[in-house]
Design a protein around this ligand. Structure first.
Ligand code: NAG
Ligand code: NAG
Ligand code: NAG
Ligand code: NAG
Ligand code: NAG
Ligand code: NAG
Ligand code: NAG
Ligand code: NAG
Ligand code: NAG
Ligand code: NAG
Ligand code: NAG
Length: 763
């Protein structure tokens, strides 16, 4: 059953009037019509029995790249805990969240919790039982029937714009309906229950305006990185459709009846509505700038008189505009669900941090004019997620790059993992690749010379106290991590395993990042620097241990550090393949194509490939680059069919801001950007018979045909606009300008693509 049909059935079953039908301002759910959006299942990625064994996704509503996502809150969300968990049985309110991924902290959130009877504001006591049978989750609209223990039903619904949540509560027990707004809570730092962060914020009740406002300074990640963002806060204005009959503030489980403002920890505000009030509509404008700005955001995005139906309609339209750009024939219903849900995931992060032409910067603690984004997981997303966004949301890329350059100007460095400010999570300065890729793929609208200056700094300036700080994962009290260990790397070509954590991964990552900076230098006319860094990008060779045939980190003195030391979310298997910018050079290190292919076989047959984590993502495509595309073709399909499915457990590893899905999406189309700082995509095995893609700003569609693809995994020949292609490479121009790509498929391994050397970028 499609989600829209499901909505109608569930609402009927609840026995409440279907609010989506009948009114003069009626925008029935399911409009605008979009088969693609109907295939989004936001529950995918919320299952799994451990934070790292699932997608870490939540069934939230919001438009693409929204500042705030709204979600039913079933538990307190901290680092490694999402606010919604399918195994929970109670809803404690509806949260406007800014937590961009399971491993990151929440910032400046607000929670809206309906109730009946006595006001019991504490998180524990306000939980209301619900069943998944009474729940509807779509990309643009969420609905749930909650059953208070005292009887009756509260029907909760929400839709949202980027900066405004639109909620509606319908009560069957109308004796004492009320709504609580939770402003601050005490949060757990770094997933350590004995480290409590006490957050003190403000709440105000404005009965005349039918508003409750608040300021929440919580930023769980404020222990990471050097930026304290002292003035950071999430502000909100919640405006209600119904007059308040009585009100107060609360601190955890204590009511301060009649009080209209309070500054405190665990502070909340509540309003009771007149007896017989059946429906309360509330719009919650949020801001990182001020209460006034939150109110402006509310009035701009969901003005008074807007129905929830209209908000849901508009949110759905924002998704339809994107997802309908890909039309698929020859996919099963489940495959479409995986595809479009993945597509929806790739357009969630980074998220907008600007409001009305201004943004709060945590780097210098000031408000600036301009566009800003946050929620970057660049170690993950530089691989394929960014390439996907360049193709499908080109209108966003100049703003995203400009935002990174503002981070550089305000904080001294480009972002690695920005969550309001830099958090130093993961390693490498792969932002260099984001900028290189944007430049070579022709993105304009950002300051190229400033971009060069910023990536050049990454390549040449070590972080503060580089020789005395490990820059370990989540190490506190450090500077911006950038390329920790660069001091030694610049001299020897490797990072010392005794002085820095993850030294093997850092060495390989810095070599690739050198390549990316060389690309930017070449693009901006700094040829000497390009030559120098292109040479230095061969540094990966410095940690290839020819005696073992594996990459291996070194100590500062040059001796080997042991095969298991120094890897980031991977092992010596994945990392020995981690030379995406010079695959020919890697093949040569391994003694040529034949031994390299044997090594790939050993990697896959030995169960060493781990699609649940990013370092493995490009590896199946290396078969094509080593001259045997057919071997990779079956593997790519088996990974896609094993590690992705249309159930709640359908992502075998964390979504990581879209990279897990970007792998699937590109693979399904039949190509993957192994080296994202190049114009090449490596050919795999298209899954579907016909795909038609209307890329934004491109006059003709890109049509990908692969007759028989559902049963035939092997590629026998390939043409682009009628011209035969003999190498397993498609270039950006062949994809990004539209046209026709035709694969001839086969059910037996074919020689195609194996006879000529792989094309590669000449710098
Ligand atoms: C959901 O909750 C269950 C039970 O507490 C837990 O095992 C699981 O790890 C949680 N899922 C996520 C993604 O955190
Ligand atoms: C997932 O986390 C658990 C507990 O933190 C750990 O034991 C396990 O090795 C992790 N699994 C992966 C694949 O990283
Ligand atoms: C948790 O925090 C407490 C208090 O700061 C500290 O003593 C303890 O070592 C921490 N535990 C872990 C596992 O880091
Ligand atoms: C908040 O109130 C709940 C419910 O009475 C109680 O269980 C909890 O301990 C309180 N928390 C704090 C931090 O006071
Ligand atoms: C609520 O409705 C009941 C039943 O119709 C009625 O008796 C009562 O007076 C109403 N209360 C208010 C405050 O309007
Ligand atoms: C794919 O397109 C071709 C040509 O238009 C058509 O004949 C074929 O039926 C389509 N395949 C599917 C599965 O719709
Ligand atoms: C920000 O923009 C406003 C309105 O366009 C303008 O009046 C103001 O001078 C700008 N401020 C800065 C610091 O550029
Ligand atoms: C760098 O090291 C010096 C000397 O130990 C210390 O005083 C300073 O705080 C450190 N700076 C940072 C940002 O870690
Ligand atoms: C590397 O090892 C291979 C196989 O063990 C050997 O043939 C080759 O000569 C070695 N190369 C170097 C530079 O030592
Ligand atoms: C190199 O450094 C490592 C780590 O400090 C040490 O264990 C090893 O003995 C050193 N090797 C030499 C040859 O000095
Ligand atoms: C879906 O994928 C997950 C993760 O790989 C797996 O655990 C689960 O068994 C799969 N479910 C189905 C129905 O294939």
């Amino acid at each position: 059953m499609r989600w829209a049909q499901y909505v109608a059935v569930v609402l009927g079953a609840i026995g409440l009037e279907n609010p989506l039908n009948g009114s003069s301002d009626s925008y029935p759910l399911g409009t605008p019509k979009s088969d693609a959006v109907d295939h989004v299942n936001p529950m995918i990625g919320n299952g799994g029995d451990s934070p790292n064994g699932s997608g870490g996704m939540i069934p939230s509503t919001a438009p693409p790249f929204a500042m705030t996502r709204w979600v039913a809150q079933t538990r307190q969300n901290f680092v490694s805990v999402t606010p919604y968990n399918l195994t929970d049985t109670k809803i404690h309110g509806f949260q406007g969240t800014h937590q961009p991924a399971i491993w990151m902290g929440e910032s400046g959130q607000v929670v809206v919790a309906p109730g009946v009877g006595k006001v019991t504001p504490s998180f524990e006591e306000r939980g209301i039982p619900f069943s998944h049978n009474d729940e509807v989750a779509t990309a643009s609209y969420y609905s749930v029937k909650m059953r208070p223990e005292t009887g009756g039903v509260i029907h909760g619904e929400h839709a949202s714009t980027s900066r405004v949540g639109h909620l509606r509560f319908t009560f069957t027990d109308v004796s004492s309906p009320h709504v609580v707004l939770q402003v601050t809570r005490n949060s757990i730092v770094s997933n350590n229950e004995s480290r409590i962060q006490v957050n003190i914020g403000d709440v105000a009740i404005l009965p005349d305006r039918q508003e409750i406002t608040g300021r929440n300074p919580e930023r769980q990640d404020d222990i990471l990185g050097p930026f304290k963002a002292e003035r950071f806060a999430g502000y909100f204005v919640a405006r209600f459709s119904e007059p308040f009959e009585s009100w107060g503030t609360a601190t955890n489980d204590t009511l301060h009846e009649g009080e209209t403002s309070r500054t405190d920890e665990q502070v909340m505000g509540y309003a009771r509505f007149r007896q017989n009030t059946t429906t309360v509509d509330v719009r919650v404008g949020v801001s990182f700038i001020s209460i006034e700005q939150a109110r402006k955001n509310l009035d701009n995005e969901i003005p008074d008189g807007t129905s929830l139906e209209k908000t849901a309609y508009q949110t759905r339209q924002t998704w339809a505009e994107k997802l309908d750009r890909v039309q698929i024939e020859g996919a099963t219903d489940d495959q479409k669900t995986i595809f479009y849900t993945g597509f929806y995931h790739t357009l969630q992060y980074p998220y907008e941090q600007d409001e009305d032409g201004q943004y709060y910067s945590g780097y210098d603690d000031k408000v600036h004019n301009g566009t800003s984004y946050t929620g970057y997981s660049i170690w993950d997303t530089f691989r394929a997620e960014w390439a996907w966004e360049i193709l499908f949301v080109p209108e966003r890329i100049p703003g995203m790059v400009t935002s990174m350059l503002q981070d550089y100007q305000e904080g001294g460095w480009l972002p690695m993992w920005k969550n309001i400010v830099e958090t130093n999570i993961m390693v490498g300065t792969h932002v260099d690749s984001l900028i290189a890729e944007a430049m070579i793929k022709g993105v304009t609208g950002f300051d190229r010379e400033l971009a060069y200056e910023a990536v050049y700094k990454d390549a040449t300036v070590p972080p503060v106290n580089d020789t005395t700080t490990q820059y370990a994962d989540r190490e506190e009290g450090t500077g911006v991590e950038a390329r920790a260990g660069l001091t030694l790397y610049a001299v020897t070509g490797y990072v010392g395993s005794d002085t820095h954590t993850e030294a093997g991964s850092r060495t390989l990552d810095y070599a690739f990042d050198d390549y990316a900076v060389a690309v930017v230098a070449r693009e901006t006319g700094h040829d000497d620097v390009a030559d120098f860094l292109f040479d230095r990008s061969k540094s990966y060779q410095k940690i290839f241990n020819n005696d073992t045939g594996f990459m291996e980190a070194r100590f500062s003195n040059g001796s080997w550090a042991g095969e298991d030391a120094g890897w980031t979310e991977g092992d010596k298997w994945a990392y020995t393949f981690d030379v995406i910018h010079d695959v020919d050079g890697l093949i040569a290190l391994k003694g040529g194509k034949e031994p390299f292919v044997e090594f790939l076989d050993e990697h896959f047959n030995g169960g060493h490939n781990d699609q649940t984590n990013e370092p493995s993502h490009h590896i199946p495509y290396l078969y094509a680059m080593a001259g045997v595309p057919s071997k990779g073709q079956t593997l790519i399909r088996s990974i896609a069919f094993t590690d992705y499915n249309a159930t709640v457990d359908g992502l075998a590893g964390n979504e990581d801001c879209g990279q897990m899905s970007a792998w699937y999406l590109f693979s399904a189309l039949g190509f993957y950007p192994v080296n994202p700082s190049s114009l090449n995509y490596v050919v795999g095995s298209p899954f579907f018979e016909n795909v038609t893609i209307n890329l934004p700003g491109v006059s003709k569609p890109l049509v990908i045909r692969a007759p028989g693809a559902s049963t035939k995994p092997y590629v026998k020949s390939l043409t682009v606009n009628g011209k035969p292609i003999s190498e397993p490479i498609l270039t950006h121009d062949q994809i990004a300008n539209g046209g026709e790509i035709v694969f001839s498929m086969s059910d037996v391994p074919e020689e195609w693509g194996s006879f000529s050397p792989v094309a590669h970028e000449e710098l």
